[in-house]
Write a protein that binds this ligand. Structure first.
Ligand code: NAD
Ligand code: MG
Length: 393
């Protein structure tokens, strides 16, 4: 490893992006910010430029980029537009890329980092869900190092044998136990969820996260996306991944072995732990996270997920079983539905209904190339919007 690692943070102004910058802030001898990107948060980005003096900043929104350029006195070059994201993700001077853009918008830059053989710290699970086979192929062909940042997958990675070959049997692995907090509505019936508000849905009991993933946690779609993510990352079948609701969110996931052993990773629900683990792997560095006090936690609870109240987990399983373009369609329909829910244009219970209707209308294709994935994503968004406009839910 080079002495100082140059890092590009995609989605720098978000929850994961800011946690990443906090880890970097603690280790100026090890990491330097090379580039930061965001959609349009000028104020936060101006602060981050002043502190980290990156070589490049990319804003998706052109007006935001111009506004930022007017205010900034540092030597940072401010860019905008789609190609610029891929450029800073694949730049030859970059060692590590934190992929923390939310949603499908993260796919192309994450893929560019993988193709360029970077260490890819993957938070943007949507890119794996949409294009898993193509993404994993890009990692292999580009010679990239893929380190999962999603807390569950990071825990699984830590609980797997060091030389995991991509097959369960030779290592005596029986199954992955993927933990879920159950979200803010755990224990509620579907009939009680009809009128829940965006504010209630984003108020996650344990984790502080962006709005989209918070709603996904409330619907259990987050666990569905994570199930698909686990299957791609660890080369397994969905039957080899069991979802276990664990409301304390202290155990971040586990691996069960054929001799009866279960290996788990425990910690505070603070994303700086998996971020720091991915950045420093195979070493460990201080992440600024408070140490765990087991007496304070006192007990662990476990229960199966309620798939009647929360149908999104089933929909994700079905999409993955069908394969091809279906997971991309599930993801795109979910993004449209969550966005509409946050704008109070769709009820909470209509989120899975809308996704299911879009999936039913989709003619699945194999995904040999990226264009097919992007076309399916686009089709699903159009279909979801049309169904909402027709009010046919
Ligand atoms: P967030 O909403 O807080 O931040 C999203 C970031 O992406 C922001 O910097 C925003 O400016 C940028 N962005 C949004 N739309 C964009 C676009 N069209 N083009 C370019 N940039 C865009 O989200 P988050 O909670 O930090 O989550 C980021 C990703 O990490 C998601 O894929 C999420 O599923 C995953 N993740 C988050 C957590 C968490 O604790 N927050 C945990 C595990 C995984
Ligand atoms: Mg997670």
């Amino acid at each position: 490893m080079a002495d100082v690692q140059n890092v590009t943070v995609l989605g720098a102004t978000g929850s994961i992006g800011q946690s990443t910058l906090d880890v970097i802030r603690r280790h100026p001898d090890k990491y330097r910010v090379f580039a930061l990107t965001a959609a349009r948060s000028v104020e936060q980005m101006a602060k981050d430029i002043a502190e980290f003096q990156p070589r490049y900043v990319v804003m998706a929104d052109e007006a935001a980029a111009s506004q930022l350029a007017e205010q900034t006195t540092s030597a940072t070059e401010i860019l905008s537009g789609g190609d610029a994201f891929a450029t800073v993700a694949s730049h030859e001077e970059v060692h590590q890329v934190m992929a923390a853009i939310v949603g499908a918008a993260g796919l192309l830059p994450s893929l560019a980092a993988a193709k360029a053989g970077k260490r890819v710290l993957l938070a943007n699970k949507e890119s794996l869900v949409m294009a898993g086979p193509l993404f994993m192929q890009a990692v292999e062909q580009g010679g990239a190092e893929l380190l999962p940042v999603d807390s569950e997958h990071n825990a699984i990675f830590q609980s797997m044998p060091a030389q995991y070959s991509g097959e369960f049997a030779p290592h005596g692995i029986d199954k992955i136990l993927l933990t879920a907090s159950g979200g803010p509505f755990r224990g509620k019936q579907r009939s009680e969820l009809q009128d829940v508000t965006p504010a209630q849905a984003v108020a996650h009991p344990n984790w502080s996260m962006g709005a989209k993933i918070s709603v996904d946690s409330a619907t259990l779609m987050n666990k569905g996306l994570e199930l698909i993510e686990a299957c791609f990352l660890f080369h397994c079948q969905q039957e080899q991944v069991q979802v276990v609701v664990h409301p304390q969110s202290v155990i971040h996931s586990m691996v069960q072995y054929c001799d009866g052993s279960v290996i788990a990773e425990l910690g505070q629900p603070d994303m700086r732990t998996p971020i720091a683990y991915g950045m420093a792997w195979p070493e460990r560095i201080d992440a600024g996270v408070k140490h765990l006090d087991l007496f304070d936690i006192a007990r662990f609870d476990f229960m199966p997920p309620d798939e009647t109240a929360f149908p999104c987990l089933r929909l994700a399983r079905e999409a993955f079983a069908v394969g091809g373009t279906m997971p991309a369609v599930l993801n795109a329909a979910n993004e449209v539905a969550v966005d509409a829910f946050l704008r109070q244009e769709l009820s909470f219970n209509a989120i899975p209904d809308l996704i299911e209707q879009v999936m039913k209308r989709h003619a699945v294709e194999q995904i040999d190339e990226l264009q097919t994935v992007l076309a399916a994503d686009n089709w699903a968004r159009g279909c979801a919007r049309q169904l909402m406009a027709e009010d046919s839910l």
